[in-house]
Design a protein around this ligand. Structure first.
Ligand code: PEP
Length: 253
């Protein structure tokens, strides 16, 4: 397996307040793996980020946002500035999550603009992609995900793509308790890497980290992480409790 630092990331979605955020980080911060071995990251709601950043200071934990806008400032009521996220100390921003694509009608064009804004502000995007059950059953999953990747990466440099994270999250496996089999996940992550190789080159494809997301939990993380093209997990439900997040982070033990 090519050496890419694995990345175990929690996506809290619309859960936890600042106090719960502080308590969670205090419960895990002294037991996290070394960054050079397994990178760990919590992505929290915008209102919890000051608490997350403060509590994570001096620890191995990276801090991320779940979304941002593609403009730094202006008349955009209710949006979150990528420039301010960077000033606050945020490392990663999730973009293109299926909940944002679905409930908030985000398009590939929006997502592409967000990716560019995140890089312009010295942070890294975690780009989510993934097909619906209907698309999978129609035998069009790979074609669909490839289309998302091409549209979402449009105009990004080789260096940027080398340093970002892509998360394959089949919609039918998110929050449903249904996990893609490790082989299904590996197959799509390999296809995504090939798409990156076709768009850029093998060096970029070897560097980009690809996570699987969709009902990852302590019981299945080891098998998923054993796959050649899977470099991490993006985890919702099982990242909400300190114990289970630590077990995920220590999947190698
Ligand atoms: C997610 O929201 O990114 C996710 C994968 O959720 P869950 O782990 O709960 O399926």
């Amino acid at each position: 397996k090519i050496m890419r630092t694995p990345i175990i990331a929690g996506n809290w979605k619309l859960n936890k307040n600042p106090q719960e955020t502080t308590e969670f980080v205090n419960a895990i911060k002294n037991d996290l793996p070394k960054n050079t071995d397994v990178e760990t990251l919590i992505c929290a709601p915008a209102v919890d980020l000051p608490a997350l950043i403060e509590a994570a200071k001096g620890s191995e934990l990276h801090v991320g946002a779940e979304n941002c806008y593609f403009e730094d400032e202006g008349a955009y009521t209710g949006e979150t500035s990528p420039k301010v996220l960077n000033e606050m100390g945020i490392d990663y921003v999730i973009i293109g999550h299926s909940e944002r694509r679905g409930y908030f009608h985000e398009t590939d064009e929006d997502i592409n603009k967000k990716a560019k804004a995140i890089f312009a502000n010295n942070m890294k995007p975690i780009l989510c992609c993934g097909e619906s059950l209907e698309t999978r059953e129609a035998g069009k999953a790979e074609e669909f995900v490839e289309g998302q990747i091409k549209a979402d990466l449009e105009g990004l440099s080789a260096d940027q793509v080398s340093n970002m994270v892509i998360a394959y999250e089949p919609i039918w496996a998110i929050g449903t308790g249904k996990t893609a089999t490790a082989d299904q996940a590996e197959e799509m992550c390999a296809a995504i890497r090939k798409t990156v190789a076709d768009l850029y080159d093998e060096t970029v494809a070897d560097k980009v980290r690809i996570q699987y997301g969709g009902s990852v939990k302590p019981a299945n993380v080891k098998e998923i992480m054993s796959k050649e093209n899977i470099d991490g997990g993006l985890i919702g439900g099982a990242a909400l409790q300190p114990d289970s997040f630590l077990q995920l982070a220590h999947y190698k033990d």
